[in-house]
Design a protein around this ligand. Sequence first.
Ligand code: KG4
Ligand code: ZN
Length: 357
Amino acid sequence: MNQSAYEAGNEQTDSSLILAIETSCDETSASVIRGGKHILSNIVSSQIEIHERYGGVVPEIASRKHVESITLIIEQAVKESGFSLKDMSAIAVTQGPGLVGALLVGIVAAKSLSMALDIPLIGTHHIAGHIYANELVHDIVYPCMALVVSGGHTELVLLESEGNFQVVGRTRDDAVGEAYDKVARALRLPYPGGPHIDKLAMEAEESTVLPRAWLEAGSYDFSFSGLKSAVLAVINQTRMKGLVLDEAALARGFQESVTEVLVTKALRAVRQYGAKQLLLCGGVAANRGLRAALAARCEAEKVPLLIPPHTLCTDNAAMIGAAAHLKLKRQQFTDLDMKADPGFSLESWSVSPFSKK
Ligand code: KG4
Ligand code: ZN
């Protein structure tokens, strides 16, 4: 095995190199990460333009596009890093959750490289990647709380210690990004709709009053399908009555409802679990309303808030490399018979306690 892998985990001497691959949804991405923290390359090829005309990701098309571009993207990432494939300490790949056909493309590529070059494989959890994107730009302090908001996930995750994940709340129906995309579609806005709703909401002068889904007292779970239905009801009633819909006011009302629930529950969880930091991650972390409201509440309550830059919030392979480093440090590798796991549990991916030799 590459010498650098043995030194992984030692802050001073960690020159480990991870080639990370991400193909769980509609981005084909490859990245090389040094020492778990330094991005040497992070190539992301988005399929948004292809899926835009269908109003959402078409799984079969996503897989085909991944197949077309994966080899080139990996080559480009390795070349840009200034190293070569044989220098890699490990090959990391998203094992799940995600679209099974899309995941398989990255997994087959990673396994082939791992086998041909005799480099260890690290099957990596996509949400752990979103959380550890923060490690690429900040220093995480434990215990901390992560608010994961993406197109497929809405979760509050407690990290008592490095690499140990405990999901304390999750959505019972739609993910936040999914709700944004569905509301945008009803307003005939392009896919993905999140940024369009965000823009409309920021420009609005009025705000449509919409419900908040708090669920049972003390619950950290979320639900956005009722809110989405309330938005659709406003749209339908306005159109049926032949009235002009104030789309901006509706977008703002929707964004305020989503934001208030997310911010309130996240800060309550921070207090209850004694978290020293709040980490925001996932594609919806780009939302200006959410960022502003969280920043204001965190400042008022003196809770440090970590948010990765936008390019590391949306799907990318650098975040997969950052998470995989947790396993490389502990020499916890994945067998070559590993399978794509569309429903991969985050808690099961936790590292075992770290024992320093
Ligand atoms: O994390 P991500 O890139 O992919 C998944 O793993 O799901 O998240 C994509 C989601 C989409 O639903 C998109 O509409 C949403 O993030 N999004 C936003 C914004 N930018 C992206 N949602 C709200 N406001 C935004 N500014
Ligand atoms: Zn994602």
